[in-house]
Design a protein around this ligand. Structure first.
Ligand SMILES: Cc1cc2nc3c(=O)[nH]c(=O)nc-3n(C[C@H](O)[C@H](O)[C@H](O)COP(=O)(O)OP(=O)(O)OC[C@H]3O[C@@H](n4cnc5c(N)ncnc54)[C@H](O)[C@@H]3O)c2cc1C
Length: 662
């Protein structure tokens, strides 16, 4: 290994991070040790290197000692690499002439033996100094940002994000898979904790979306392809055929009234019916029906077209086909929401087996005044229940299904307890594991529902049939519960049992993640860039995640997150350009054989093999490259290297660690 521009002048800074590092690592000893390393001209330790005085220490030394490399030994680079790069830059040093040794997450937080931890910290510093020795300046270039924004998913998250951006006079494309926007919130009657009518707060927003001059609503549509990079994405959207001309349709609804063919309504969770030509609910946006071709007798057997006969606007178009529309955007907000846990997966709840065992989402439709029962709570035989049990945590906080807490079920169960009592007068029992009411006004709501006379019993339950030997159980469902507060197993007869099903990632989450090149966390929801410091960004620049597709959450948190993502997209637009990472792959054309392995392995589409004077050779689009290094690893001739991770740098780092125990 050789370095051409003479020996560098390196400064090393060892952070105490309060007692986070200094509690386990002898930081003074590490700084002392660093002073003796080759090319190190100054080494210091300081309580908080990331603080203003800490950064000033670095800046002053760069000027005073003419440093041309800086090493900071502190926390993870994910936390503070940008901070220290900025400090170097402010003192006139290229920000890529900086290396970080992680002596917190990789050392003090995982060891407790001071002597050994100190030796390991010294080795990590030695490795970072070795790497810094070979670092080179890198230049960054701004890329212009297309000011249009794509929002995917038209639930409350997508609606909120779209309106925030459009209200700033920026063009939004809102793509919704279903015939109408609204998402799950459109199915609710009331919302906790304020019990305000869901439609009253949601429909004005839906109408604004439909009428906004800066929103192009693409309902009944799906994104099928995304290419490009931050600031410059090209997106293909499949516009599914509705068989109704959106421009001509007046939304009168006569077609669906006259249509003779019925099936279970998905929006009403199968509790009501819809026609073959249908609008999912009366407040749908757009208020334009679609034809379900699997049910429509014209599409199946070639005759009927009753809808067409009654359509005065002449809006039916049986010749319509799916078409692909291409749009150009600078950023993308993914707001594809959640689905509820399938209660049939847990046999002990008897869902789908015993009558009158329903899910919370089914009950949301039942209590809704415009729902299939007109707001009445009814049993399968049409009678009103006198005793209703609500089971919390169905599919959540269960190691066999989802270990996480779905966060909304306790409050949704309390809301349903209130609504069931109000609408049917039934006695309500809530069966919980732990009552979680952590939100503004939530504890107060819990108390209110308790004061109304709702019973609560702590323990896991099974829903079973009545025993023929027990006369008082006859004609009822039985909730069998081990009451953990009294240590007594009880059998409580109920007329209806409501299962508070948890929130899960959508079935197609993996497909959507691949489409937008985002990751998923262990629970399957989309992964944010940083759980605390960057909760709406993703590792793909310019792609944001909001709402329940990122993790279970209620409406207030969803709306806050959607506004945050909108602010991020607007900030990109107002800046006008983005500066992509400079640590990208580069090809030495003299060594490249044009084999194309780099093209095959790259999931970002950055390398491309073209013919130059008839010879195939690879080149990398730096704006699309994430610097992951996959192409460099598969390149058989060593033609590809990644800037800032060159062979010299990596080998120097590895050599410095030789013989150090992990
Ligand atoms: C039973 C129950 C009751 C609840 N009650 C309350 C309450 O009272 N108060 C409260 O604060 N919270 C409540 N919640 C939570 C609330 O439902 C969520 O916070 C909220 O719906 C999240 O909104 P979202 O837009 O992220 O997701 P969703 O509402 O799921 O909307 C996602 C949208 O994206 C669309 N979509 C999905 N995939 C794609 C795709 N690939 N392309 C295009 N579009 C797509 C969907 O069709 C949908 O329209 C309740 C939840 C449940 C389960």
């Amino acid at each position: 290994m050789t370095r051409e521009n003479g020996a560098p002048r390196i400064g090393v800074y060892v952070c105490h991070c309060g007692t986070n590092i200094a509690g386990v690592v002898d930081v003074e000893q590490v700084a002392d040790y660093a002073r003796g390393l080759p090319s190190v001209v100054v080494a210091r330790d300081y309580k908080y290197m990331c603080s203003d005085p800490g950064q000033n220490l670095i800046k002053d030394d760069i000027r005073e000692f003419g440093l041309d490399r800086v090493v900071v030994a502190s926390c993870s680079p994910r936390m503070h690499e940008p901070t220290f790069r900025r400090a170097c830059q402010a003192a006139g040093l290229n920000p890529y002439l900086f290396a970080m040794a992680n002596i917190r997450e990789h050392c003090s937080w995982v060891h407790d033996d001071v002597e050994l931890a100190t030796e390991k910290a010294k080795a990590l510093v030695r490795a970072a100094v070795g790497r810094a020795y070979y670092q080179e300046s890198l230049e960054t270039h701004g890329v212009p940002v297309n000011p249009n924004v794509l929002v995917v998913g038209g639930g409350i998250a997508g609606i909120q994000a779209a309106l925030e951006i459009a209200d700033a006079d920026r063009q939004v494309y809102l793509v919704e898979r279903e015939p109408s926007i609204g998402g799950h919130m459109a199915q609710f009657d009331k919302t906790f904790p304020t019990l305000d009518c869901a439609a009253c707060i949601l429909t004005p927003k839906m109408v604004s979306v439909g009428q906004h001059p800066f929103i192009k609503l693409m309902s009944y549509s799906e994104v099928v392809e995304v290419s490009g990079f931050v600031g410059n994405y090209t997106v293909k959207v499949r516009r599914k055929a509705r068989y109704v001309d959106e421009e001509k349709c007046t939304g009168c609804g006569l077609c669906q009234t006259k249509c003779p063919w019925k099936t279970d309504s998905e929006f009403d969770m199968g509790l009501g019916k819809r026609k073959a030509i249908y609008m999912p609910f009366p407040q749908a946006i757009p208020l334009v029906p679609v034809i379900d071709t699997d049910l429509c007798v014209y599409f199946q057997k070639g005759k009927c077209r009753v809808c067409e006969k009654f359509c005065e606007a002449n809006a039916l178009d049986f010749e319509q086909t799916d078409r692909i529309e291409e749009i150009e955007v600078g950023s993308i907000i993914v707001a594809t929401g959640f689905e509820t846990f399938d209660a049939e997966r847990i046999p002990r709840y008897s869902y789908g087996r015993l009558p009158n065992v329903v899910t919370s989402l089914e009950l949301e439709r039942m209590v809704n005044a415009s729902g299939p029962t007109g707001g009445k709570i009814v049993l399968e035989d049409g009678s009103t229940p006198e005793r209703v049990g609500i089971v919390h945590c169905v599919g959540s906080r269960d190691v066999n299904y989802n270990v996480y807490c779905s966060r909304v079920c306790c409050m949704a169960s309390l809301k349903l307890a209130h609504l069931v009592r109000e609408k049917s007068g039934a006695d309500v029992y809530n069966f919980y594991i732990d009552m979680r009411a952590g939100g503004k006004g939530y504890e107060e709501f819990y108390r209110r529902v308790m004061e109304e006379g709702t019973h609560v019993i702590r323990g896991r339950v099974a829903v079973v049939s009545a025993s023929p030997q027990v006369p008082e159980e006859e004609g009822h469902l039985i909730v069998q519960v081990e009451d953990t507060l009294t240590a007594v197993v009880r059998r409580i007869p109920m007329d209806m049992v409501i299962l508070a099903v948890g929130m899960e990632p959508r079935e197609d989450a993996e497909e959507v993640a691949r489409l937008f090149k985002i990751s998923r966390s262990a629970d399957g929801f989309f992964l944010e860039k940083h759980p605390k410091l960057d909760p709406v960004a993703t590792t793909t620049d310019g792609v944001f995640v909001v709402g329940a597709c990122q993790g279970p959450k209620d409406i207030p948190d969803t709306v806050a997150q959607a506004s945050a993502a909108a602010a991020r997209a607007l900030a990109m637009i107002s800046k006008g350009q983005v500066v992509p990472e400079a640590a990208t792959a580069t090809v030495d054309a003299a060594l490249c054989q044009g084999c194309g392995r780099c093209e095959e392995i790259c999931e970002f589409g950055a390398p491309i093999v073209t013919l130059e004077d008839g010879v195939p050779v690879s080149s990398v689009n730096a704006a699309m490259c994430k610097g992951c290094g996959a192409c460099a690893v598969v390149c058989p001739t060593g033609a590809i290297s990644v800037r800032h991770f060159t062979r010299d740098e990596i080998l120097a780092e590895i050599d410095a660690l030789a013989g150090v125990p992990a």
